[in-house]
Structure formats: C-alpha cells, structure tokens
Design a protein around this ligand. Structure first.
Ligand SMILES: [Zn+2]
Length: 457
C-alpha cells in the first residue's frame, strides 16, 4: 500500500522529537510476536504434552485429557470427555461446519504410549529434552503419536486465525488404550451412539515416519494371527536316538515355518514387495524342557514342547491357503501336533471385502488428500499396507475410509524404540501439511459430486 508523501521540510522541533522517539524505540523492547516466538510457543506446547506420562500399563489419562481440553479451548473447539469405560477417558472435540449434514472428517490420535526402559535412553523419556544443536525432541510418544494429536490442534488454530470455516464438521478424538489393542478405547467408541451420530466420511489416523523425502501413507493394515503350536511325543533318555519325540516333532515345524518366513522376507529384501504386502511369521516364544531349580534336566528328552507365533497377514492374502499350510505342514496331527489361535483377526471388513480404503482415483477422498499434501509442498510415497495394527482397522471394518498418516520425513522410524525423537522442524512442517489437508478435506469443492452419499465415497 502506498503512503501519502509527507513534507520534506521537517521543522527542527519535529526532527528532535523524531530522533527522541527513535532513541526510545531503540531502548524499549518492542512487544511484537515474531514468527520464531510463535514457533517456540508451538514447540513448547508439544513438549508439554510429551511430558505427561501416559505409558502403559498405568497411563495418566486424567492429566492428558486436562491438558488437551485446555488446548481445545484455546483452539476454540467444543469438547466432551466420554468415559465409556471407567478410568478410560476419551476426548471428543468438534469444529462445527457450515453444512453439518455433509459426511464429517475425523482426526484420530491415541493418548497412550508404550513403556520404555529409561536407563537405555540418552534423555529421560518424559523429559521431552530438546537438543539445541540438532533440534531433536526426545520423548516417548514424539513419533507415536502425540506429535499428530498436537499437529491437528495447531493446524486448526492457524486455520481459525486465518478466518477459515469448514463446510463439514471436523471431529478430533483423543483415545485411550491403542497400545493395548483399543478394546476399551476406540472399539468401545465405535459402538457408541455418539459415534453413530457423527456421520463420518473419512478418518485420518497414524502412519509411520519416513527416513526419506516422501511422506508415507497407509490404506490398510495387516491382520494379526497369534498362534500356539504344541507338540507331544514319547519321553526318553537324552542319549537315545528315536523318532517321534516332542522336540523332533516340533522342530520339523519350526524348519518349515522358517523356510516360509525366508521366502516372504526375500520378497521384501529384493524389493519385489513392500513389508506390508507379505505374510510375516515370527517366533514369540519357545517353551520346552524339564526344569530343575538351577536350569533344566539335561539327560531327558521332554514329552511336550511348544512355540508361540506372531503372524501378520496383508488384506489381500488367500487365508485358506495359509490355514491349509498350518494344518498340513506346520501343525499336522500326524506328528502329534495341535494348534490354537490366541488371536485371529479377519482380513475382511464386515461386508466380506478386504478391509482397505481405496487409494486411487476411484476414491474422491484420496484425490483430495493427495492434492492437499502436494499443495503444502509435500511428496507422498506409494500408498502402503501398515505392517502392524492401529486403531484405523476399527473404522475400515465398518466400511469407513481411513488413511494412516504421520507427517514425518527425513526421520528414522523409532516408534516403540529407545531414544524416540522428532525434530522440531519436521514437527512444525507437519502442522503446515495438516493445515492444507484439513482445509482441503473440509471444503466442499464440487457440487456435482454427491458428497452426501456415503456410497460415492
Ligand atoms: Zn501409535
């Protein structure tokens, strides 16, 4: 804006006054909020959340919810604390849209974190120590997933101060117990009336850090099958070679399982398949032997032996083939083996289809999401299947689209690891990404597209 040209003939008095004023301005601190001050405040709010010890098995949910309610108030959001299960508060926030009949957007994050071994960390896991040189913030939950929960809130603050009003309702949920399966967290919530009334069109939930330049996005996840295999056989002297001992029976299975594991892992190693696209099989435990007070009996072949397996299946897998392999090769009754599932999660949704959210042009939400990340200067990698489990599966089985996304590039994957950290700059960059995502997904762009119909989405 151009200013009116002032007189070039300034009086000596005016000049003296001006120089005095200038002198004062140089002496007195100017109370302006610079962008670095604002960034510092944003980072300090994140660190404050990280300092709340919400580690399983005794998370301080009350402190987390109290803190988040304060943040929600500052962001101008409506807040309700739902206690669907006693002692497991779930914070539900809402930013009302101009057209509340449209399918809403849900931004989900969990408040709990996994335990840590503090003595193996360089900084205490709930100190949220900021290393000034590298800009890294060390804390349990810095990647999984307190970063995301706070980024949602910071992005909304920015959008509100820019005068943005969403078309559709935007909800935020801060849920308990994700790290222990979500049964008293998100599972209880999706069964509630409050959830049904929300008319959700799309959910965003957690993803993974990316060591490279591209953000990772997940459109499905592998289903866990937890399994025990028990072997029985004739006991015998430790010196005797004979067929059909429990250990021999079981070790033949272990060999077959290891061959299968290698075949799957080779596909990942060669780059033919992504980690989430193969079946992983890992031994969780081996149990055998006849114990003594100091160890095991060494000259006896035991009559029983057992293993525990953690198997993860991609949504596209042919489960019948795997079940056949299990019955015929891994735990055949002909070798005196039996098996039992401790957990067997279906790869299908409630409608009998693979529980995935289309991440292509057939899904209008995907197109908007992709566009939003791009507009914020981010690059998305090829959509992936999440290798482990998240709360997003509870939405996908209901047929509700859900993407897993945690905006962290150039960051090693340290969730559940020692020295989990996120750099300050990546955290701040992620807020900009969500600002673009929320703005784009909350805005009804094309009135020709029937957004009101869930079938279209
Ligand atoms: Zn998580």
């Amino acid at each position: 804006m151009a200013s009116k040209k002032s007189s070039t003939q300034a009086s000596p008095m005016a000049a003296a006054a001006a120089s005095l004023l200038l002198g004062l301005l140089l002496v007195l601190p100017v109370p302006a909020i610079s962008s670095s001050d604002a960034e510092e405040a944003v980072v300090s709010r994140f660190r404050e959340y990280l300092r709340i010890d919400t580690a399983q098995p005794a998370p301080d949910y009350a402190a987390a919810v109290a803190f988040l309610r304060g943040q929600a108030g500052a962001a101008g959001l409506e807040a309700r604390t739902l206690e669907l299960v006693a002692g497991k508060p779930l914070l539900l926030l809402r930013w009302p849209g101009r057209r509340p009949s449209l399918p809403s957007l849900l931004l989900n994050s969990h408040t709990d974190v996994v335990p840590s071994e503090p003595h193996k960390w360089d900084h205490p896991p709930f100190s949220a120590a900021l290393d000034e040189a590298s800009g890294r913030i060390y804390a349990r939950g810095s990647q999984d997933m307190k970063c995301v929960g706070m980024q949602y809130l910071e992005a909304i603050r920015r959008l509100r101060s820019a005068g943005f009003i969403p078309d559709r309702n935007i909800y935020l949920t801060f849920v308990p117990d994700e790290e222990i399966g979500g049964h008293e967290g998100i599972e209880a919530f999706v069964a509630s009336k409050e959830f049904k009334d929300m008319n959700i069109g799309l959910v965003l939930d957690e993803g993974l850090a990316s060591p490279g330049e591209e953000y990772r996005v997940f459109y499905g996840e592998r289903s866990p099958w937890w399994l025990t295999i028990k072997a029985k056989g004739a006991p015998g002297h430790g010196a005797k070679l004979y067929d059909g001992s429990a250990m021999e029976n079981l070790m033949k299975s272990v060999e077959a399982i290891r061959r299968f594991r290698t075949s799957q892992f080779d596909l990942v190693k060669s780059g033919a398949k992504a980690e989430g696209d193969v079946v992983s099989v890992n031994l969780a435990y081996l149990k055998a032997g006849t114990p003594t007070p100091t160890g095991f009996v060494m000259n006896l072949q035991p009559s029983e032996a057992e293993i525990g397996l953690d198997i993860r299946l991609p949504p596209s897998v042919h489960t019948e083939a795997l079940e056949k392999r299990l019955a015929e090769e891994w735990a055949p009754s002909s070798r005196n083996l039996t098996f039992e599932f401790k957990q067997k999660t279906s790869v299908l949704d409630n409608f009998g289809k693979p529980a995935v959210t289309p991440a292509d042009s057939s899904n209008v939400w995907w197109a908007l999401f992709e566009e939003a990340v791009k507009r914020a200067g981010g690059k998305l990698g090829k959509p992936e299947i999440f290798p482990a489990s998240t709360d997003a599966r509870y939405f996908r089985v209901l047929g509700i689209p859900a993407f897993g996304f945690s905006p962290m590039t150039n960051t090693p994957i340290l969730l559940h690891d020692h020295n989990e950290f996120l750099s300050k700059d990546e955290y701040l960059k992620g807020i900009g990404i969500y600002e673009s995502i929320i703005r784009t997904l909350a805005t009804l762009k094309d009135s020709n597209v029937d957004y009101e119909s869930r079938a279209e989405l």
